[in-house]
Design a protein around this ligand. Structure first.
Ligand SMILES: [Zn+2]
Length: 348
């Protein structure tokens, strides 16, 4: 597929003909990254909501389309809104909404803030510029997790406004200092948060995204607006990774596979966390050598958090687990899951 990395389409206050009958038909009518501008009651202020940086994460698209076709006709939002539908080509590749990025392409949400300016980096730079152009007072990036789990926010910075924004969607935010080249790591001079709305096929995740967009549109002033609910802050997660060139499997019991085998029930720990002594999978004779857990001073701290009992991979401490997935490609290319340690007295 030939991609024009220099192209962005702009729509203003789209009508129902432009928006088509549903979000999938609307998506299919787009050819390149598309910016949708909505005029608000206070036109000198703007909030940006971006989605489909990953082409297989549909909640943001579904919610934006629903908002444009049901809420927007009822009246203007409080401020201008700029919606950005990013990886249109990947999302439109068949089967629809199943490609995080195109075969042979790159993960767009790892290409921001780079000194490169070709292909996917160029696209990331264009999107970044489309955000800066409106001098936003908030940037919200909507995603789905590949496994199922509750919605949560992630941000490199916590402020009253980012907590308020988070409360529109969910009840906890992860303060992350992990640098991957993601959009939210860029400094737009305003609160910038990622929302992981929940699993890709989760109706509830689409609802989380829609209800959050509706609340943002109705909020006259983020700094005066009260939090909708209490938001917990979770500090600095670590990423559990399989070392390069080691194999990964999923199973319900120990099959004696090489490398790492995770329990096929791993996604359930996204909901409740895991206690000290919890079995998460099995390891070959290389044990914890198969895995790495790098902290913020670049040490591998795997042995502080995990241990091996016979050939079982076991938690050494109580921990919260995020984004565990049984999607092997994601688990190998990104990470198995994220963890934060919990004090032993804290309920999971
Ligand atoms: Zn994503």
């Amino acid at each position: 597929m030939n991609i024009d990395f220099n192209d962005i389409e702009y729509l203003t206050d789209p009508d129902e003909i432009t928006l088509k009958a549903d979000s999938q038909q609307f998506l299919l009518s787009l050819a390149v990254p598309t910016v949708i501008d909505i005029k608000g009651k206070q036109p000198d202020r703007c909030r940006v909501i971006i989605t489909l940086l990953h082409g297989n994460e549909p909640s943001g698209l579904i919610a934006i389309h629903r908002w444009l076709t049901t809420e927007f006709p009822e009246g203007q939002p409080e401020t201008n809104l700029r919606f950005i539908i990013a990886s249109v080509e990947a999302a439109n590749a068949s089967p629809l909404l199943t490609h995080r990025y195109l075969d042979g392409g790159m993960d767009l949400n790892r290409c921001f803030g780079s000194s490169h300016d070709h292909e996917y980096y160029q696209r990331a730079n264009l999107i970044e510029q489309a955000i800066r152009d409106v001098n936003p007072e908030a940037v919200i990036d909507l995603h789905n997790t590949s496994g199922s789990g509750p919605a949560f926010a992630v941000s490199p910075l916590i402020s009253a406004e980012s907590l308020t924004l988070t409360s529109f969607f969910c009840d906890f935010i992860i303060l992350s200092n992990i640098k991957l080249g993601a959009l939210m790591e860029q400094d737009f001079g305003c609160p910038t948060i990622t929302i992981e709305c929940g699993g890709t096929n989760d109706e509830q995740a689409h609802e989380v995204a829609f209800s959050g967009i509706t609340k943002i549109a109705k909020c006259p002033c983020l700094s005066n607006c009260h939090q909708q609910k209490q938001v917990d802050v979770v500090y600095k997660p670590l990423r559990l990774k399989v070392k390069p060139h080691r194999s990964l499997s999923y199973s319900t019991h120990n099959e004696g596979y090489y490398g790492v085998t995770l329990t096929s029930r791993i996604e359930q720990f996204n909901f409740g966390g895991a206690r000290q002594g919890q079995l998460l999978g099995w390891l070959d004779e290389h044990g914890l050598e198969n895995l790495e857990l790098i902290n913020d001073v670049n040490e591998n701290v795997i042995e502080r958090y995990f241990t091996v009992r016979d050939s079982q991979l076991v938690c050494r401490t109580n921990m919260r687990i995020f984004m565990a997935t049984t999607d092997k490609n994601i688990a190998l290319s990104d990470c198995l899951f994220y963890i934060v340690q919990l004090p032993s007295a804290e309920p999971l």
